[in-house]
Design a protein around this ligand. Sequence first.
Ligand code: PLP
Length: 417
Amino acid sequence: MPHSQSQALTLAEAQRLDAADPLRDFRDRFVLPDGTIYLDGNSLGALPKATAARIAETITGEWGRGLIRSWNDADWIGAPQRVGGKIAQIVGAAPHEVVVADSTSVNLFKLLVAACQARPGRRVILSEPGNFPTDLYVAQGVAALLPDVELRTVPRDDIAAAIDADVAVVVLTHVHYKSGARFDMAAMTAAAQAAGALMLWDLSHSVGAVELDLNGCGADLAIGCGYKYLNGGPGAPAFLFVADRHQAALHSPLTGWMGHAAPFDFGDDYAAGQGMNRFLCGTPPVIGMAALETGIDLFLEADRPALFAKSRALATLFIDLVETRCAGHGLTLATPRDAEARGSHVSFEHADGYPVMQALIARGLIGDFRAPDILRFGFTPLYVGYEDVWRAVDILADVLASGAWDAPEFRKRAAVT
Ligand SMILES: *Cc1c(COP(=O)(O)O)cnc(C)c1O
């Protein structure tokens, strides 16, 4: 939508955009409470209506009646590969290059150790300061575990130039969790590979949010999250990708029985499984897998180019409306204006970000706050519409103009922000 048009966009015009939206029917496939505008699907995706029934069947039918037979009869045992194959379609990988397992943090650990061990003689894990905390913390843990390995962080604009002959692996979050800034995946991957390093992408804020083409970018390794844009539910299992050409040479440090070449031979000695199987560790969380698969199946029904175009349009509209209607209230855009250079969330800095966000939540507009001063709003195009964006900015403008956020009850910090 042209900039000038969106500046003047009215509620009626936003409603017309929703009426013309080819994806509009997907909204009814989610549980969205009345009176709530949910702009936090980048942190916890909304509940698909089909999930409760699928979980109930998994529990009462497959578990209750099928009992242990369901490992075979309901293909519980094949869930990591089956669901991984579906995620592969979304990230631009072959089905046998993705499995679902563990959490994003644990998958990061497995692949960082595997990458360092595959590049003996290189002793640096390279990342950026301000990367998502778990990425830095896990890298610090790997550095403490492996002899000589260290974590080095350099600002994002200097990373490509800092990949030298000491670097074993570069680990970056493709879409930054705070700013929403997106790396050029193909260019950074090529830079890492040209220097002989492996590139590991954290796709937690990318998968389901922007077009991804791992194999088109020549990617080596990736991990990502199931409970954000894939709507897999709180604590949903995560996924990992290893390019086919690396699978035989990389080894998981978590050599559990599910990663064994023949787990049901019950032998004493570990032998790594074929392909991505070796990156499994223990028994898959079947109920969580069922919820994740339901979210992914729903996602796969949508036309992805239309979905990602809508994501860009929603975020652009939000930026334009906020800058028009909330000017003079201390908000500074912290996200790239260029839709190609960001993900599907938008952040503004505000000195009183925490109480402002609490006041918005009290009015039914749910975004989130990221310390020290970021107000973050996620646009999940499957269930967020143009009217939501318009109403969100209307609430934000009123909360700021009225000073309603400046109240003691909004300054009390909860455990989870
Ligand atoms: C959400 C997120 C994670 C989540 O990790 P968990 O192990 O599921 O807690 C990891 N990395 C990034 C960049 C994220 O945004």
